[in-house]
Design a protein around this ligand. Structure first.
Ligand SMILES: Cc1ncc(COP(=O)(O)O)c(C=O)c1O
Length: 446
């Protein structure tokens, strides 16, 4: 377990005086475009706790945006990365290769869905993985169009901004964007006009109709979707939607790409969220949880598709850095040893149980319009009482109240009205429940 004591403790106001001092330096030195959810400066972190420079210990329901699933100082990650640091920090895999990179690709071939021959290429960030998936799909199909979905998020680089749905804050003033990107509807059950039970069939029919009529299926290189949409509000496409889209891709020679950057690596109680509906993607993009906090991402997929790009066409100076690869091997070892898929499912059971109780019992519980997500990727969508009108102020108010009590939570959603919970999968159940107590109390403040 982590060296950081696994208990919440507040010894100053949040943020404390040392954080306030550091924040002043940060404002002077760091570009304003880089935001922070909570200006509390970290001293150390591990398990389910973030300890700040003032000695406060916060319960972590964010995992650095779904990254530190094994904790922020997991023993196997630290051990392997430290050993690798002492051996060598970098050679560049494109200059002289090393075993760790190959081993990560071997693990990815084992862990991702499907028993076909697979290959991988490693990169640094999620956005870079998504960009490379597009390059690979275009090289393979010799087509250009890319289809993405309403509420989708794929990153902040130029191409991935084009793939991302939400304008503010991700795209505003940063255009023009990459061409040949088309957006179609997704089965957002809670907000589907004819109800969640119809959303899967109707939204997939509508999406397929738009692709066929407006783009032409044989112009489409790739369809890219998050099996659980992350930044868009933890939207689980209504059942039937993903299989219909995957089948359409298969029937039309389109590369089906599952962006599992947020939902992958045990986060939803499966190695990959697409497994819940038996989807076998042609390509899968991963990052975040893969390496226990070290920067690593990957594209994994059918060998014949992955091999379509010419030699030298893929890569980058740091892609698959040896220390990050060592971290990934430590992270995967921890996930297997601690059975973190089972842990994620237990977190879902506890969280959904408690949140449903809040919804039915609290005087203002009806502002919880929807409770959704899977595993340790759970969210509540906040609405104005008696309506489905998004209430971003309630989400922000709840987050503020939680932060003041030493619980780190994040918001998300196209309408900014979703409070999302992404605890490390190794969090203790006592901390999990204490965090939920704080959320419950926070409802009194909105
Ligand atoms: C589904 C998904 N794709 C891509 C990205 C971009 O990853 P990164 O921030 O590492 O570039 C994210 C990040 O939140 C994500 O959730």
């Amino acid at each position: 377990m982590s060296a950081v004591p696994q208990e919440r403790s507040l010894v100053t106001a949040i943020p404390g005086p040392k954080s306030v001092e550091l924040q002043a330096r940060r404002v002077a030195a760091v570009a304003a475009g880089v935001g922070s959810t909570l200006p509390v400066f970290t001293a150390r972190a591990g398990g389910g706790i973030i300890e700040d420079v003032d000695g406060n210990r916060l319960i972590d329901f964010g995992s650095g945006i779904a990254v530190t699933s094994v904790g922020a100082s997991a023993e196997a990650v630290v051990r392997r990365a430290t050993a690798q640091l002492a051996d060598f920090t970098h050679t560049c895999f494109m200059v002289t290769p090393y075993e760790g990179y190959v081993e990560v690709c071997e693990r990815l071939a084992e862990l991702t869905p499907g028993d076909h021959a697979k290959k991988s290429a490693l990169f640094n960030s999620g956005a870079e993985a998504v960009e490379n998936a597009v390059k690979i799909a275009r090289a393979y199909t010799k087509r250009t169009a890319v289809v993405v979905f309403d509420h989708g998020y794929h990153g902040r680089t130029n191409l991935t901004m084009a793939l991302t749905a939400k304008n503010m804050p991700y795209k505003q003033s940063f255009g023009p964007f990459a061409p040949e990107v088309y957006r179609v509807p997704v089965a957002y059950g809670y907000r589907w006009p004819t109800g969640p039970e119809n959303a899967g069939a109707e939204a997939s029919a509508q999406a397929i109709d738009e692709i066929t009529k407006q783009i032409g299926a044989d112009n489409v290189a790739a369809i890219i979707i998050e099996p659980v949409l992350g930044e868009g509000g933890f939207i689980e496409p209504a059942r039937g939607f993903l299989p219909a889209i995957a089948q359409f891709a298969k029937d039309n020679g389109i590369v089906f790409v599952a962006d599992e950057i947020q939902s992958g690596f045990c986060r939803t109680g499966q190695w990959f969220a697409c497994e819940d509906e038996g989807i076998v993607p042609d390509l899968i993009t991963t990052a975040k949880g893969i390496a226990g906090g070290l920067p690593l991402s990957a594209v994994t997929g059918r060998a014949e598709i992955m091999d379509a790009a010419h030699a030298g066409g893929l890569g980058g100076t740091y892609g698959g850095n040896p220390v990050a690869c060592a971290g990934a091997l430590g992270s995967i070892e921890t996930m297997r040893e601690l059975d973190l898929n089972a842990k994620a499912k237990r977190i879902e059971e506890v969280m959904k149980g408690r949140l449903a109780e809040m919804q039915s019992k609290l005087p203002n519980g009806d502002i919880i319009g929807d409770i959704r997500g899977r595993g340790a990727m759970i969210a509540i969508e906040l609405v104005r009482s008696g309506t489905k009108d998004p209430d971003p102020a309630a989400a922000a108010g709840l987050a503020r109240a939680c932060h003041a009590e030493g619980l780190l939570v994040l918001t998300c959603g196209t309408y900014g009205n979703v409070l999302r919970f992404l605890p490390p999968l190794v969090i203790g159940e006592d901390l999990l429940n204490e965090g939920l107590d704080i959320i419950e109390q926070a409802f009194a403040t909105v």
